[in-house]
Each structure stands twice: as C-alpha cells, then as structure tokens.
Design a protein around this ligand. Structure first.
Ligand SMILES: C[S@@+](CC[C@H](N)C(=O)[O-])C[C@H]1O[C@@H](n2cnc3c(N)ncnc32)[C@H](O)[C@@H]1O
Length: 296
C-alpha cells in the first residue's frame, strides 16, 4: 500500500490534524486510511441528477452510479471501526423520489440502517395546530424555501441523513444534541426526564447559513456545517478520545469545519482543486478565528 502525501495538512487547536487529499475518494481511502481506524464518516455523495460540478460527471447511467456507490460503501465499511457511524446525506428530486432509497439499498449488504434522520430545511407550523404552548404565539414558517412551479410536486423541504453502522448496536450520545422541553412540566414526569434536555428525535431542522452573495458558497451542492457537527456530536465526543472523522466527498469542507470546531482529527477527499482550495481556505479562516469548542 503506497501512501500519497496529503495535498495539505492543517493542525487544529486541540492538537488534531486535518488532512486533505486531492484525489478520487475510493483510491485515496485505499492508499491512505488503514482498516477500522475511522470513528465517524459524514458525507454527501453526488446524487447523479445532472448537477454541474467542476470535475465530476453527475449524469452516470443509473446502474453504473449505484455500482459506484456500492464500491464506495465497501471502502467505508473497511475503514470504519466496529462501533463507528456512517452518516450519508442524500436527497431526491421531484421527478425521481427513489434516488436516496436506491443508494441506501445499494449499501444494504454491508451495513445496518440504524437510524433514518430527516434533514428539515424549511417548516411551517400553524399556531392552531400547536395548541396552547408557552412561547409559541403565532404561525411559524422558518428556513430556506425556494418555491417550485408545479401542479404535481410539493416543494421539497427535506433530505435524508441515513445513519449506517456495522452492527446496529452503536451507542450514541443523544443528549449531546438534545433540545429543551417546550412544556417544562414534562421534566420529572418520566423516569429518565431528569433535566431540561430531551432526545431531539429524527427530524432535524437545520437551515442553510445565510450568505450575502453567491461567491460565499462557490459550490452547487453543499450542506451547512451544523449538519456534520450534529452527526459527530451524536456519534459521541464525550466518551471517545482522539476521534477520527472522514468526508470522502469533501466539497468546500463543511465536515472539515465541524471537525476543526470539535477538536476531531479529519481526512477529506476531493477531485476538484477549486473546491479543495476553498475548503482549505474556509478551514484556515475558522482556525484564525479560534472557533474551537470541544465540549468536554
Ligand atoms: C454533494 S458534493 C459534497 C458537498 C460537501 N458536503 C459540502 O458541503 O461542501 C459532492 C462532491 O464530491 C466530489 N466528488 C465527485 N466524485 C468524487 C470522487 N470520485 N472522489 C472524491 N470527490 C468526488 C464533487 O466534486 C463534489 O464536490
């Protein structure tokens, strides 16, 4: 096995290293990552829906695409620790509502599907449906909502985050991303409701970060860095020392930013130099601001 030297290594404030590889992720993981060394993978692959990436062809024949996803999944299985977590973000298009599930199916031979999380990008809640709750005084409509013109399709306001594990037995730190009770009288009502922090469940409202102009997000398909941050926290920072996170489809580095912030070591792979350079620039900018917040 011949290792490639990384394109760039950045040291985090917790002493962790973040390594960036400018190469194909399957080949790159084979060359650079040893088996069973990774605690958590958070990634979003190309969805094969014709997005105009700089280097990647997002219009593969469906079968070829799914075979590629399967091969990628096998490589993730190899590098993941036995109690590791593999969070795969993927969405559908109005015309093809099977994409996410087809990709999930292609990973079925290898992985247990331990949780299915819905990344909610936009939600509207009418006051009349909420009832008499403190702090909710009117209708709520929050998040990024881009109307589509269609008589057939609803606006797509969510994507999936599939949480795959090797055994289905991976223990999580659910309360690290918990939420306060809306109705405080619930505290103490159940045996395990001992504080004002409950399991958030599998619907995660995460809006896109607000940007002033397009140049601030020079990539056609990113997720907010809060998403990988929540995945890594859920997998668990508290009980594990020296966590290692990987994003095989780095893009402009949202998972790298989350890893830097959480004091976690990281390896990222990307075939497009422009995205890679942007990811590294964002990481260096965050490092400069010293946004390191390891919670333990
Ligand atoms: C959906 S985007 C990921 C975006 C990322 N999550 C972010 O927030 O910036 C998929 C990325 O995978 C990259 N890519 C495509 N094929 C690849 C391959 N074989 N190896 C590594 N990266 C690849 C594309 O260039 C694209 O940036």
């Amino acid at each position: 096995m011949i290792e490639n030297s990384p394109y760039k290594v950045v040291r985090g404030s917790a002493g962790q290293s973040l390594s960036f590889y400018l190469e194909d992720c399957i080949e790159g993981m084979k060359r650079n990552l040893r088996s069973k060394t990774v605690n958590v993978v958070v990634t979003s692959p190309p969805y094969n829906i014709g997005i105009k990436y700089g280097k990647h062809d997002d219009n593969l024949p469906k079968l070829k695409y799914l075979e590629w996803m399967q091969e990628f999944g096998r490589e993730i299985f190899r590098v993941l620790k036995d109690d590791g977590s593999f969070f795969l973000n993927i969405g559908n298009t109005p015309k093809d509502q099977w994409i996410a599930w087809d990709v999930a199916q292609s990973l079925r031979d290898e992985f247990h599907l331990q949780n299915v999380i819905h990344w909610i990008k936009s939600i509207a809640i009418r006051k009349e449906d909420v009832g008499n709750y403190p702090n909710i005084v009117g209708d709520v409509a929050v998040g990024h909502f881009k109307p589509i013109v269609s008589k057939r399709f609803l606006n797509d306001c969510h994507e999936y985050i599939f949480h795959f594990t090797k055994s289905g037995e991976t223990k999580l730190e659910k309360l690290s991303i918990g939420v306060p009770y809306q109705d405080k009288t619930n505290i103490g009502r159940w045996k395990n409701a001992t504080s004002d922090n409950r399991d958030r469940g599998n619907t995660w409202f995460i809006p896109y970060e607000t940007i002033q102009n397009k140049n601030e997000r020079p990539h056609p398909a990113t997720y907010p860095s809060k998403l990988p941050e929540m995945c890594i926290r859920l997998h668990g920072l508290g009980r594990k020392k020296k966590l290692m996170a990987v994003d095989p489809f780095l893009g402009i580095g949202a998972t790298a930013l989350a890893s830097l912030k959480l004091g976690v070591s990281f390896a990222g792979f990307e075939i497009d130099k422009q995205y890679m350079d942007e990811a590294i620039a964002r990481v260096l900018a965050m490092k400069k601001q010293q946004l390191y917040v390891h919670p333990t």
